[in-house]
Design a protein around this ligand. Sequence first.
Ligand code: C2E
Ligand code: MG
Ligand code: MG
Length: 748
Amino acid sequence: MKKRSAPAVGNDFVEILDDRGEREVAPDPGAPTWRLLIVDDEPDVHSATVFALKDLIIAGRKLEFLHAYSAVEARRLMEMTPGIAVVLLDVVMEKGDAGLLLVRAIRDELGCVDTRIILRTGQPGYAPELEVIRDYDINDYKTKSELTRTRLVTSLTTAIRSYEQIHKALESERAMDRIVRSAPALLTQRNIGDFAEQALRLMAGLLGDDAADGVFCTRRLPLGEANGEAPLYIAAALGAYAPFKGQDVAAIADAGLLDALERCALPGGRLHENNGIALCVGAGDSRALLYLRVRNPLNDMVRRLADVLSVSIAAGLENVALFQKLDFSAYMDPLSGLPNRASFVSMIDDCLRRGEANRTVALIEVDHFSDINAALGHETGDQLLKAVAKRLRDGFPAEVALARVSGDKYGLLGEDGRVDPGQVLALFERSCVVDGQSLMIQPYIGLERLTEADGSGADVLKNATIALSRAKSERRQQWQYFTREMQTTAEERLELLHDLRHATEAKRGLSLVYQPQVEIASGKVSGAEALLRWKNDRGESIPPDRFIPVAEYSHLIIELGEWVLRSACEQLGEWDRAGLPGLRMSVNVSLVQFRDPDFVGMARRCILGYGIDPRRIELEITESMALSEAETVVDTMNQMKSFGVSIAVDDFGSGFSSLGHLQRLPLNRLKIDRVFVKDLTAGSSGATIADTIVKLGHMLGLAVIAEGVETGEQLDALRRMGCQEVQGFYFSPPVSAADFPALVGKRL
Ligand code: C2E
Ligand code: MG
Ligand code: MG
C-alpha cells in the first residue's frame, strides 16, 4: 500500500489555476456531460483534480466526476455506470499492478472499448511497459509530477475527442448490426399494420428515442382500379399520434407534420429536421411516408443510418404489398372489385359467430347471363357484370355487404328488413346500358334468414342456392326463401340420382314416349319427338323435369342419352318395317352430351347401326346450349350436320339469341317455346314473340314448329303467322310406341 500522504502534485494544479485560457460557452444545465472517473487511493488527488477541472467545458459539455478509491471500487462503478468517457487511473493502488489489472478488466471483461484511459503514477519507476500501453489501448501515461493542469486538460481533451469518435463509430456499428438483424423480421411481416408499427419502432430506436412520436402512412393496398388515388392513411402511429392509427392522415391537425410529409412525398424524398425526420420509402404501389419526431437532436451519423434502415423498410414494404395482393386475389373478385365467395362465406360466418341472427343472405343470379356472354362477347359480358355490381351497390346502403359469389351470382348480406327481394327486382326494372346496348336483366333470388340457419356460412350459401334454383325452376315469382322442405328436396335429389344410376345401368324402368309433330298445311303427321320416361323401383313415375337436371349434373345423361338415341332409332326401324310413312324422329340432347368428345362417333354408330337415313334424325338442343361455349358446340353441330342429321333449337325465344349468332349456326328448325304459344291471344306479347320467331325463321331460311299447342285458336293463330308445324295436346299428348301408329292416320 502506498502512503496516503499527498505528493506535491496538488501544487501543480494550484499553480496552473491562473493559467486558464479561453472558455467555451457554457452549455445548458440539462445538456449531456462527459463522465470522468477518477481512480486514485489518495483523496487529495481527487479533490485536486476536480478543483482543476470543474469548470472545464470540452466540445460543448461539462464534466461529470465519478470517484473510486480502489481498483475494486472502480470496477464496480464501471459495471454500473454506462458512458464513462475517460478514466484517470492511478497505476499503483492496493497493489503495485492494481491499476494495470483494472485496465485489463475494463477492456477484456467489461468490454468497454470506447472508454479512454489516462494512467497516472507518482513514481516513474512504475511505468508500464510499452506493450501494455499498446495492447490495452491506453491513451496517455503521465507521472503525476508531469501533469500540470494545462497538460491534464490537453490530455483530457484529446481523450474525450477520441472517446467521442470511437463511441460514435461503435454506436453506428451497433446500429448497423441492429438494422441488419432486423431486416429478416421486417421481411416476414404480412400485415401492413404490424409491419408499419415494427418499422416505426425500429426507426425510433435507431434515432435514440423509443418514446418518439411518429406515423407510418401509406395508401390502402393493393391499389384497385377504383382506388387509384386513395388518400394517405395512418397504418401505424407512435406516441402522441397513436390515437390516429387507421385514419386518413388529414385527421391529424398538425401543420408541421402534414407539411413535412408533403415535402418528402415523392420516391426518395427525405427531410431532416433538427429533431425529426420524414422519409419516403419504397416506390410505386408500395410506397410509404414515415415521420418521426424525437426529443434529442439528431446527428449526421444517425441520419445516414436512417437512410440505410429505410432501404430495409422499403424491401419489407414491397413484401407486404405482395402479400396483400395475394390476399386480395384470394378474397376479392378482380373484375367487380367486390369481395368474392370466400370472403362472403367468412362474412356470414362472422355474423353467425357474433350471434347476429336478424340477418338475411340473398343470392342473386343474372338469368341467361351465359347466353348474353356468348351472344355479345366476353367483353360486353364483363361490362354487364360490373354494371350489375354497381346497380346493386348503389341500390343498397353500405351496411348491406355485397359480394360476387360466382360468375353470374351476387350475394347480399344485411339486416332482415334491408335485404328485400322486391327491392332487388325494382333495381332491375330499368335496363342496364352496356357498350351502348340496353340490356334487360332478369334476376332470380334465393334467400335464407340466418335465424333459420344451422351450420356454417358455406351451408347458408348452399341453402340460398337451393332456394335460388327453386325460384328459377318454378318461375312463379323470381325469388324464394329457403325452407326445410327444400332441404329434403336436396337430399331426395341424391337419392334420385342413386336410383337413376341403377335404372340406367340395368336399363330398368326407362321407356320412351312419342309425341307426333304435324304439318299444318297438309294436316299430316310428319315426325315424332321421343320423350324419356322413368318409373323407379317403387313404381313411381318421375317427371323428366326432375330427373333430367340431375342426370345432366351428374353426367349420367351421357349414358342415358345414348340409350334414348339407340331406342328411338330402333323404334323408327320398327315403324318402317310396319309400313308407316318415312317419319322424322326428334331426340332431345343436353349440353353435357354435346361436350362429350365421343358424342359424334356414338350418334353415327347408333343411327347407322339401325340402318336409318341420318336425314330423318333431328337433334333438339336448347337455345342456351346453342349459344354457350360457341366454339365446341358449333363444331359438334357442324359435324352432325355434315353427317346429315338436322338440328332444331328447342324452347326458342326464352333465351337471348342475337341474329348474328344464329346465322353462324348450322340450324334447320326453330321450335317456339310453349310459353309463347300459351299466350297467343291477339295483341299479347306471346303473339308478338311467336310472330317474330316465325319471321326470323323465314329470314334465316329455317323451318318453324310450335310446341305446346293445346287449342284450335292457337293453331289458327300459328297458321296465320305462317308457322309450318305444330306439336301439342291439341293433336295428341306423347303416347307409347304401340299407340303411335294409330295417330299417323289422324288428320289435324
Ligand atoms: P321439351 O323437349 O320441350 O318437350 C316438350 C315437353 O312438353 C314434354 O314434356 C311434353 O310432354 C310437353 N308437352 C307436349 N305437348 C304439350 C302441350 O300441349 N301442353 C303442355 N303444357 N305440355 C306439352 P316432358 O315429356 O315432361 O319433357 C320435359 C322436358 O324434358 C323436355 O322438354 C326436354 O327438355 C326434357 N327431356 C325429355 N326427354 C328427354 C331426353 O330424352 N333427353 C333430354 N336431354 N331431355 C329430355
Ligand atoms: Mg324437345
Ligand atoms: Mg320444348
